[in-house]
Design a binder for this molecule. Structure first.
Ligand code: GTP
Ligand code: MG
Length: 453
């Protein structure tokens, strides 16, 4: 089937030094030839002028780069016209390209063609979008690794191991009487365990991946008037939440985004948790319990200037042995809090003493958060972090199927039954790199791209 030739503005909208119009498809050279009179050579930039081929008017002074199929982004003939970065010029050239036979590209269509023509696999194509959207260095590096095929090649090697198992299974199911090496359950279980371990390595990165994608959820909890909203404002470096000396000032949860040394963070200030008869505040407290349960990290604030009371103890019970940071606030005032007792209630917490209003200990608090994310259990230096939601779901599916297969093998169940699960794991991993991907999934993936990519 002959594909349309497509075109789009590939640079961002707005003013720029240069702008790029990208054209891809079999008619690329013909179309460009009508508005640009110089000879084009593959992989060379050619200087010249774009002229309206109907009126003969000069449109812009440009450089045209020609990539001959298949050595191009899409694996088709591609031209990139670099013009002055004004929307006027970009739009005029694009409309000339279109009136001469190209069609406006859909978002992601260039990358989709690269995938369809086998230049990229699906996970690599998705990496292109992640690269464009990356807002932190870490996200960019992960996407680049994925584009370079590091992730794909690992998935391919896991699938290869699964093929070996599937071949063994099929031979034993279909030709049980032939004189072939018999499949022992022991051997099968060993292979499946090994494969599951490989998949598990990726599944373990999904939490970090979510944090990199959506941000680390931190909520600030504590009884009324300990300085939660003050801390929120200090971390945001602006007066976002209302701060007063009256207990119960914050009645609803407040959520704000910020970046802590490159880590995207979603910070939640909550209504003080305490037993109350006030209906509005009760709802607020429910919400803060919810925020707490959804959070990756809690900052529990206790007030050094007051004695420990049942409210503090109740909150400490909610946290229990979960990892948390405990800020002993108001160190500028006279100390009345029994910190030793509190430390015994929170065995896994990291304690920091400070004063929000005097800006004491806030830097230490920020550093501690960074360390917990980057240095602690969340960071896996050398392993690839899976950030893509679609990949995450498929990895989990593969892992579950493998688990079921192992369970059945350990119970000595029929090979036919087991094969279904092994097959499913194989299929799920294939979907990550785009093997046997149904068309609607492909369309869904590429519809998320921006125009001109
Ligand atoms: N002396 C002193 N006062 C502080 C400190 N941090 C906060 N405060 C004061 O404590 C009072 C309560 O602070 P908030 O930030 O509103 O406390 P909160 O925990 O959000 O209170 P609720 O919203 O009522 O639960 C305010 O008057 C703050 O100025 C501190 O480190 N030292
Ligand atoms: Mg408050």
């Amino acid at each position: 089937m002959r594909e349309d030739t497509i075109a789009a503005i590939s640079t961002a909208y707005g003013e720029g030094g240069i702008g790029v119009i990208r054209i891809s498809g079999e008619d690329t050279l013909d179309i460009v030839g009508k508005i640009f009179s110089h000879e084009l050579e593959p992989r060379k930039m050619t200087y010249g002028h774009i002229r309206d081929n109907v009126t003969g008017d000069l449109v812009d002074e440009v450089m045209v780069c020609y990539f001959k199929a298949p050595a191009s982004y899409t694996a088709e003939d591609v031209c990139e016209i670099q013009c002055h970065g004004s929307l006027i010029s970009l739009k005029k050239i694009l409309s000339l390209v279109i009136s001469n036979g190209a069609r406006l590209a859909e978002p992601g269509e260039f990358t989709k063609r690269a995938f369809m023509n086998g230049r990229l696999d699906l996970s690599q194509a998705e990496a292109v979008m992640d690269l464009i959207r990356a807002k932190t260095d870490r996200n960019f590096e992960t996407a680049l690794d994925q584009l370079e095929g590091g992730f794909s090649s690992k998935i391919i090697s896991i699938r290869q191991k699964l093929v070996d198992v599937l071949v063994d299974l099929t031979v034993n199911i279909d030709y049980p009487d032939e004189d072939i090496e018999e499949m022992t359950y022991d051997k099968l279980i060993t292979s499946l365990y090994e494969i599951r371990k490989d998949v598990d390595k990726f599944v373990k990165t999904l939490d970090t991946g979510r944090i990199m994608r959506e941000g680390l959820r931190i909520s600030i909890i504590g009884k009324p008037n300990v300085g939660k909203s003050s801390l929120m404002n200090a971390l945001l470096k602006e007066s976002r939440a209302i701060v007063t000396a009256i207990p119960g000032t914050t009645r609803d949860t407040i959520e704000e985004d910020l970046s802590l040394g490159g880590i995207p963070v979603i910070l939640t200030d909550t209504a003080g948790i305490h037993e109350t008869e006030d209906l509005v505040e009760k709802i607020g407290i429910e919400k803060s319990k919810e925020a707490f349960n959804r959070s990756d990290l809690v900052i529990f604030i206790a007030d050094l200037s007051r004695e420990l009371d049942t409210e503090d103890e109740e909150i400490a019970k909610v946290i229990g042995s979960r990892k948390a940071i405990c800020l002993l606030n108001k160190s500028d005032l006279e100390h009345k809090l029994d910190t030793e007792y509190l430390k015994r209630l929170l065995p896994s917490a990291i304690f920091i003493e400070g004063s929000v209003t005097e800006d004491q200990g806030i830097g230490e608090l920020e550093d501690t958060i960074k360390e917990m994310v980057l240095g602690g259990d969340v960071k896996q230096q050398d392993s690839f972090v899976v950030t893509n939601v679609r990949h995450g779901a498929l990895l989990r599916e593969a892992e579950n199927s493998l688990k079921d297969a192992i369970d059945m093998a350990e119970n000595g169940e029929a090979l036919e039954l087991l094969e279904i699960d092994v097959n499913n794991a194989y299929r799920a991993l294939g979907l990550i790199i785009g093997e046997e991907v149904e068309e609607d999934i492909i369309n869904e993936v590429f519809s998320r791209f921006c125009l001109g990519k």
